[in-house]
Design a protein around this ligand. Structure first.
Ligand code: S3P
Length: 180
């Protein structure tokens, strides 16, 4: 199979919105390469995300995210699963748009809580895993998430297959529209 896209697909959204799950499915079903930003950053530092935050602070981690987005501009047909905080920096949004389409995955706070409750590698949620806190942080981020997105896809109660189908269809539909 040839390459589906001549650009990258950047998945953004809140922690637990399903970015990694959707990226895994894209890899399996469409043979796309996947870059899991948190995982690459952790591997390169030889530390977990929580350890990077503890040892060097959040700003340092955010700088690594920006550098990785720039690095990915030389690639195409890669699904990039971005950390939940990536779109909060204006510079990151510019870097994402240079070689990619940005897809925002959304979910209700209740759904997010269900998905993240047993995970302990999300320092921003540790000790605050409740619907109120998640809803509040989500609300603070909403505007920037929406402004960064080329496409918004809801994930509540849907399978990875359904979500990926919608993403591919809509991105390819846009291409056909543009070629008309
Ligand atoms: C963060 C999200 C995390 C990770 C870090 C900070 C955020 O990624 O990058 O803990 O600021 O929302 P996931 O969205 O993959 O959980």
């Amino acid at each position: 199979m040839g390459e589906l896209f001549d650009y990258n697909i950047l998945l953004i959204g809140f922690m637990g919105a399903g970015k990694s799950t959707v990226a895994d499915y894209m890899k399996k079903a469409y043979s796309m390469d996947v870059v899991e930003m948190d995982q690459i950053i952790a591997e390169r530092q030889g530390l977990s995300i929580s350890e990077i935050f503890e040892k060097y602070g959040e700003e340092f981690f955010r700088d690594l995210e920006t550098a990785l987005l720039v690095e990915m501009q030389s690639r195409k047909n890669v699904v990039i699963s971005c950390g939940g905080g990536v779109p909060m920096r204006e510079r990151n949004v510019k870097e994402m748009k240079k070689n990619g389409r940005v897809v925002l995955l959304t979910a209700k706070p209740e759904t997010i809580l269900e998905r993240v409750k047993d995970d302990h590698n999300r320092p921003l949620l540790e000790g605050k895993k409740n619907v109120e806190y998640i809803a509040e942080l989500m609300e603070k981020r909403r505007e920037k998430y929406q402004a960064a997105a080329d496409l918004i896809v809801e994930t509540d109660g849907r399978t990875a297959e359904e979500i990926c189908g919608e993403i591919i269809r809509k991105l390819q539909g846009n291409k056909e529209e543009m070629e008309k």
